[in-house]
Ligand binder design. Structure first.
Ligand code: SF4
Length: 228
């Protein structure tokens, strides 16, 4: 029965394959994974399916509670899909500036002043939404599933208002367009060596580890070579 349930979850969460020359903000966050995902798609693992299930459920409820209540024809819980500069993006909410919602299993908050470093991957995504929407403001809503408080682990939310100026937004647009062009080029040349690496914690269970060979660009990842 557990096998059947997992298979049903995967069936329900399966998305249509993305076309090779249509790049989304999520692709630009991890370009190597985006490239391999297009040329060598892999089935979702059981673990990935369960992570998606938890994430999608939290997102869906928060978007429903916080977003506009009108019935949407496309059935999407987020604000919809948009396209600027040839790149697709879907902010979780527009309030009216873009918001990104993240749920996290982290038990500890960053110390004061270390938020930007801890949340840098979340912020890269939100910054792209701000840049494409031409908005100086952005919102990062974090749902901590269990923050350590004394002996207990309790759910909490945190909200950060994030600001960019016009110059910062212009640089993000320029860099994003270049990365999307590089990705399209790599799909043709099949030489991924110039694409930025994903964070090292993602390599361990990456299905493309052998093909990617991240240790060639980052010698600190040499130990992954033996595991591959
Ligand atoms: S092996 Fe690491 S760098 Fe390469 S695609 Fe996978 S996660 Fe990204």
């Amino acid at each position: 029965m557990e096998r059947k349930i997992l298979d049903k979850i995967k069936e329900g969460l399966a998305r249509a394959p993305r076309s090779v020359d249509k790049w989304h903000v999520s692709d630009l966050l991890y370009p190597r994974k985006a490239y391999f995902g297009r040329i060598d798609p892999q089935p979702m693992t059981d673990r990935q399916a369960l992570y998606f299930l938890a994430g999608r459920a939290h997102h869906g409820i928060l978007e429903y509670c916080l977003g506009p209540k009108k019935e949407k024809e496309d059935g999407r819980a987020d604000s919809g899909e948009f396209q600027r500069h040839g790149i697709y993006y879907s902010p979780d909410l527009r309030m009216p500036y873009p918001w990104e919602i993240k749920s996290t299993r982290s038990q500890y908050e960053p110390k004061k002043g270390q938020e930007a470093e801890r949340y840098k991957d979340y912020l890269r995504q939100l910054h792209m939404y701000q840049a494409f929407d031409e908005q100086d403001n952005g919102g990062l809503l974090l749902f901590y599933l269990g923050l350590k408080q004394g002996r207990r682990y309790l759910p909490e939310i945190r909200f950060y208002k994030v600001q960019l100026d016009k110059k910062e937004r212009a640089k993000i647009v320029k860099d994003s367009k270049k990365l999307a062009a590089d990705l399209s080029n790599v799909v043709k040349t099949k030489d991924h060596s110039g694409l930025p690496l994903c964070p090292s914690y993602q390599c361990g269970d990456c299905p493309w580890l052998k093909k990617c060979e991240p240790w060639k660009q980052d010698p600190k990842r040499k130990d992954l070579q033996e595991a591959a």
